[in-house]
Ligand binder design. Structure first.
Ligand code: ATP
Length: 235
């Protein structure tokens, strides 16, 4: 579904991502792992067109996305849940969810999609009239994921969903993403610093170090890798 080849990008003259290649298949959960500042967010923001690539190729179901505007990429079905959620805190849960319906198709299917989101996150149905800013951190993350789902993604990108959340809430959110991949065929990219949790929920993963893909493998292989164990898992 997504094949990224030799992608390079950065900010102004500063290159952050160097020659990155990775892929995501249908219904797969792929973890992009690495420590603080390794370049994970920059990598996925380049895929979604929010950062302009310097070179490389981003093939999505046969369509070349490299250099295309973010709105075009969104319409193709790549939807990102940004780090820090970025909700409209004064607006209600329902209004925030509604904001996810960008395309004509998503607008037409809004009611159906809302029911789908409420099925996965029943809490949001109970809280639909509450201002998003008054929700707990975990509930706000659910709204951010829900809003992305309203956009009818084929590929959902979760950027650090665990940030600032209690471990059990993180487990709930990651297991919903995992179930959606396995039951609905949605593909998921999970950007995480919490490598143990990410590997538990992923099929495969890539480790980013200094803006380069340093390692790749199945979740099981990465969990057993000596470098991963020493550098990231402290074992
Ligand atoms: P984290 O887990 O902390 O979010 P990350 O792996 O996602 O880290 P990035 O946010 O991609 O890392 O940052 C990679 C590098 O790019 C860092 O050195 C950071 O300072 C730099 N960087 C990020 N955003 C910008 C920006 N808007 N302008 C200039 N440099 C930036």
């Amino acid at each position: 579904m997504l094949k990224v080849r030799n992608l390079s990008s950065g900010y102004g003259n500063v290159q952050i991502i160097w020659d990155a290649s990775f892929e995501v298949r249908d219904g797969e959960v792929v973890a992009i792992l690495g420590s603080n500042g390794a370049g994970k967010t920059t990598l996925v923001r380049t895929v979604t067109g929010m950062i302009h690539p310097k070179s490389g190729s981003i093939d999505f179901d046969g369509d070349e996305l490299c250099g295309k505007p973010s709105r075009y990429i969104l319409d193709k079905g790549i939807v990102q849940v940004p780090e820090g959620r970025q909700l409209f805190t004064e607006m209600t849960v329902y209004e925030n969810l509604e904001m996810g319906a960008f395309s004509k198709e998503a607008k037409a299917k809004l009611q159906e999609s809302l029911e789908f989101v409420y099925k996965w996150f029943p809490k949001l149905k109970e809280r639909k009239s509450q201002a998003a800013g008054t929700l707990s951190g975990g509930e706000q993350q659910m709204v951010a994921v829900g809003r992305a789902l309203i956009g009818l993604p084929k590929l959902l990108i979760l950027d650090e969903p665990s940030l600032g959340l209690a471990p059990n809430i993180v487990d709930d959110i990651l297991s919903v993403a995992h179930s959606m991949a396995k039951e609905q065929g949605l593909s998921v990219i999970l950007v995480e610093q919490d490598i143990t949790k990410a590997l538990a929920m992923s099929d495969r993963g890539y480790v980013v170090e200094n803006g380069r893909i340093a390692l790749e493998g199945t979740a099981e292989e990465l969990g057993k890798n000596e470098h991963v164990k020493k550098a990231y898992l402290g074992i």
